[in-house]
Design a binder for this molecule. Sequence first.
Ligand SMILES: Nc1ncnc2c1ncn2[C@@H]1O[C@H](COP(=O)(O)OP(=O)(O)OP(=O)(O)O)[C@@H](O)[C@H]1O
Ligand SMILES: [Mg+2]
Length: 236
Amino acid sequence: MSTLISEGKTKKLYTTNDENIIKVAYTNHATALNGKRKEDIDQKGTLNNRISSLIFAYLAKNGIKTCFIEQLSETEQLNKKLTMIPLEVIIRNLASGSFQKKFGTDYLAELKQPVQEFCLKSDELDDPFMNNDQILALDIVTEDQIEELRQTAFKINTLLKELFIKANILLVDFKIEFGFDADGNIVLGDEISPDSCRLVDKDTKQSLDKDVFRKNLGDIIEGYQTVLARLEAEIN
Ligand SMILES: Nc1ncnc2c1ncn2[C@@H]1O[C@H](COP(=O)(O)OP(=O)(O)OP(=O)(O)O)[C@@H](O)[C@H]1O
Ligand SMILES: [Mg+2]
């Protein structure tokens, strides 16, 4: 028996026979502006499921604790059930999005070092930026856990940059989410896909991610297909 636990903007979570394991189904829903703009895009669920499965397996192989267990079908995977930490952990390698806007830099300006940011995961509040004191004041995680999230995110960044550069793709920035497993370990959850990363072709600087949808630049699927094909060629 498998029953729906919850439905987010892009994924549905279902129970399995094991209370510590969930089935995650990737939908074709695409949202921008924290859910205010919505569309269905054929093949997006399949592509993100395959890309995220491949990336999580790669990270696990390289020592990162992740929720990923196995890909079940074109649109579904089995994950460890986590108690999610309501933070978006962001890493930036090149200037784009809110960072570019806030500091008035050029698009894709080089940064002297990677930047790590936290945002509160809240659609109603538009995912507001949080500093460490604000996280501690609202009792979201402890100081040691903030440091663990930060260091793990940098480690993931190093591994992802290495992987993507082999695929001739620049990892501009990305958002990840963590949670606690049944043993209280901090584990990487959610997904890593072109929905949650900014990826550009190293040579042409063409966007291969959800920016194409955010900025209404046309068909997003071609970019997602390119990402999957290049990663498959590198990983397999
Ligand atoms: N391994 C996991 N265990 C439990 N929950 C998870 C896991 N991975 C992801 N989630 C949660 O599943 C939910 C559904 O994902 P989805 O990306 O569709 O939602 P979202 O719209 O981004 O988030 P939300 O609905 O929380 O605003 C999210 O709340 C996400 O944090
Ligand atoms: Mg999400």
